[in-house]
Design a protein around this ligand. Structure first.
Ligand code: FA5
Length: 340
């Protein structure tokens, strides 16, 4: 058969193939080991030089065209779903692949919600370094070197008298050094303590410091703001208890407990069977702290004064999501994290 006739015949055969099996047969018929075109290509070697070159060029061109047509027809048949040996058909009844969704860590959720509530009450969010100097973490906060309060926060010391901050209170000083009152800020951040862990204590946890300085800012203002915060955070009325507490950087100082939401005040591991959970420390900023930060508080300057507080965000998250062990937050356990 003339090569051009073969070309037309192959084209017709390919077009008429109804499925991949038939197409495979056509491939073998023309391009298989003993295929018609393969044999023509093999026979070229017997031709004289000049003729061989010319015939070789034409035959190879036709071979390429047939291969392209076979490939195109194969794709057409696959899309239309015809059955056959080479078929890689799409099974539209197969279940889809599940897309895994990421989760925000419960502490991130709590931090964001807390920030939003305070921002709505006019507080700005400020951050500070996790590695602190002794001066910012202790001295400037009115905690002298030999003061027992330094033992209350078992410190993780680094080289050159640097330390991992034990609370976010040093950011009070850093902020007041650079800003003039009135202001109200919150400072969320990680803090570290070298202490034994239990269901409600860990070696790293999150604090949210609050600081409000103005003319005649009082304990009553603090009580109103913190009450509003808890009401919004838990979306219900929460019982709050103020106990006298000692922090060298405030005077007077308080510890604020909220009724345990995990056990409804009945007693559980989170509240150590007391029905109350210690959630924050607070008080009126000590005049020495204002002075150390460059703010003079006396009647001549119009009495800059205010309150500060430090909330344990992990404890809030435990209450909100009814988690009875703080260590779960840092366990990286996906079974735990996937619930949020
Ligand atoms: C302080 O760290 C003070 N800087 C807070 C403060 C700020 C007082 C401003 C006055 C004015 P305290 O050590 O109590 O205070 O910690 C504050 C809160 O952090 C506690 O009420 C508690 O909720 C939480 N907390 C304390 N230790 C741990 C711990 N080991 N693990 C988890 N949460 C803790």
């Amino acid at each position: 058969m003339d090569i051009k006739e073969l070309r037309i015949k192959a084209q017709e055969d390919i077009k008429s193939a109804q499925n991949l099996d038939e197409l495979n047969k056509i491939f073998k018929k023309y391009l298989g080991k003993r295929g018609e075109l393969t044999l023509i290509l093999r026979s070229l070697k017997n031709l004289p030089d000049k003729q061989r070159k010319e015939q070789g060029r034409i035959t190879n061109k036709i071979k390429q065209e047939i291969e392209t047509e076979l490939q195109n027809q194969k794709q057409r048949l696959q899309v239309s779903g015809s059955t056959g040996k080479f078929q890689e058909s799409i099974d539209i009844s197969a279940p889809g692949r599940k897309i895994t969704i990421g989760h925000l860590h419960p502490l991130t959720l709590v931090r964001r919600q807390t920030e939003e509530i305070f921002q709505n009450m006019g507080f700005s969010v400020v951050e500070g370094p996790e590695i602190e100097t002794e001066w910012y973490n202790f001295d400037a906060l009115n905690i002298p070197k030999d003061h027992p309060a330094r033992d209350a926060w078992d410190t993780l010391w680094l080289k050159n008298k640097l330390l991992l901050r034990t609370h976010t209170s040093p950011v009070q000083i850093r902020y007041m050094q650079k800003h003039h009152p009135p202001f109200r800020i919150i400072v969320p951040g990680r803090v570290f303590r070298h202490e034994a862990t239990d269901a409600s204590h860990d070696v790293q946890f999150y604090h949210l410091e609050g600081l409000m300085i103005g003319k005649d800012v009082s304990v009553a203002n603090f009580r109103a703001i913190i009450g509003e915060f808890f009401q919004k955070f838990f979306n219900k009325d929460i019982k709050i208890r103020l106990r006298p507490g000692f922090f060298p950087f405030v005077e007077p100082g308080f510890e604020i407990d909220i009724s345990c939401i995990v056990c409804q005040g009945k007693g559980c591991s989170v509240c150590k069977r007391t029905g109350w959970v210690e959630t924050l420390g607070a008080g009126m900023v000590h005049p020495s702290v204002l002075k150390n930060s460059g703010i003079i508080s006396n009647s001549m300057t119009g009495r800059w004064q205010g309150f500060a507080f430090g909330i344990g965000l992990d404890r809030l998250a435990m209450m909100k999501y009814k988690i009875d062990d703080i260590r779960l937050f840092y366990s990286s356990d996906l079974r735990f994290l996937k619930q949020f």
